[in-house]
Design a protein around this ligand. Structure first.
Ligand code: TXA
Ligand code: MG
Length: 348
């Protein structure tokens, strides 16, 4: 049985924090909120606890976990060296939705890193997360608290729908502010490499670093060897096949209308993942999930995973998704939508 406890995000109740910290110290698992998505936390220095994280999620063992810390200095004993680029990123974006990859120290068990000699570290901004990590007194290994391959959980209800009965506890502090995962940057290369776009935008990284390499897999071509093991797995996918339309603002409604009409004409039940603007002009019979205004990638990011999960409750034969501009948070949103679509992209 999974114990569910509500916590105030602004002023977390100490007894709730202590109970969850105790779960983690005992080598068991507690899901907790961060500003990005909910995490499934366990003692990151305890190989048995880490193995149980992989088991609860059904996650392949070669897809490494992020170690969460509560203060920047705690990174030092987990890595060989904090490179100047990493130090600059930590200084500017921690606490916050940024994960830094560095060479790991001997303290970090190989099961955390999926056998790699590098480790991913993040200092979240969420007060509940930081209080919990402090109280646990260990680095907290935490992947997103979803079943592997499902959309990440941006609220506690989504955590329970995947993991109820499989973990000891869930701390619920309401919906996550950002809604997509942290930005992952590999700082072991001379020019840092963006492995996963997220809450910290590419534009923000460039301000600090001057130069950032984008991992080839981010282009959507999906051919080269993945730099981050997480890149090779299908992610965030709803149960029905999804097709992503990428087009200009003016062409978008026309293209969507045509594909939806064609699918309906063959008797398919059509789902649509769309902006508020587009939702207003959808034909009858379309099952829509509305992610927000087209011009607000921040609002779209916050609603995206819930929208993807909505299609599990109302079965559809195919989902057409409306792409947005690749700028700012839009890059993270589009990266998740492309993965959810299995890279089935309609470009005209
Ligand atoms: O926002 C987030 O980052 C959330 C919250 C809970 O903090 N966590 C999260 O964890 O998204 P997860 O496990 O779902 O995603 C971690 C990503 C994966 O794509 C993984 O492959 C990559 O980070 N990663 C972890 N360690 C790595 C390493 N040593 N080298 C390259 N990529 C790594
Ligand atoms: Mg994940």
């Amino acid at each position: 049985k999974t114990r569910y406890i509500y916590v105030n995000p602004q002023d977390p109740e100490q007894n709730a924090i202590d109970l969850a910290a105790e779960v983690i110290r005992r080598g068991r698992l507690a899901a907790f909120p961060t500003e990005t998505v909910y995490g499934l936390g366990g003692n990151g220095l305890d190989p048995e606890a880490v193995r149980s994280i992989f088991a609860a999620k059904g996650r392949p063992g070669d897809n490494p976990l992020i170690l969460h810390i509560a203060a920047t200095e705690e990174a030092e004993r987990l890595v060989k060296t904090v490179t100047p680029n990493a130090a600059a990123l930590m200084q500017r974006f921690w606490p916050g939705p940024l994960t830094v990859v560095l060479e790991k120290s001997d303290l970090v068990p190989l099961v955390v890193t999926g056998g790699l000699n590098t480790v991913a570290i993040r200092l979240p901004d969420s007060l509940v997360a930081r209080r919990l990590i402090s109280a646990a007194g260990v680095p907290v290994a935490a992947p997103s608290a979803n079943t592997s391959g499902r959309p990440s959980p941006a609220n506690a209800k989504a955590v329970l729908s995947d993991l109820d009965g499989k973990i000891d506890m869930v701390l619920d502090a309401g919906p996550c502010r950002i809604g997509v995962e942290s930005t992952v940057v590999d700082c072991t290369t001379p020019v840092p490499t963006l492995l996963r776009p997220g809450g910290i935008t590419l534009e923000m990284l460039l301000e600090v670093l001057g130069e950032v390499e984008a991992a080839p897999a981010l282009s959507g071509l999906h051919t080269t060897v993945p730099r981050s093991p997480g890149m090779k797995y299908t992610h965030y996918a709803p149960s029905a096949p999804m097709r992503l339309v990428e087009a200009t603002d003016s062409a978008m409604p026309v293209i969507l209308e045509r594909y939806i009409a064609e699918a309906q004409a063959t008797g398919q039940v059509v789902g649509a993942l769309v902006s508020g603007e587009t939702a207003e002009r959808l034909p009858d019979g379309v099952v829509s999930a509305v992610y927000g205004p087209r011009s607000r990638p921040d609002m779209i990011a916050a609603r995206l995973y819930d929208c993807l999960r909505q299609f599990d409750n109302t079965p559809v034969d195919v989902i057409f998704a409306e792409g947005i501009a690749d700028k700012g948070l839009g890059l993270a949103v589009m990266n998740r939508m492309r993965k959810a679509a299995g890279y089935d992209i309609i470009r005209e």
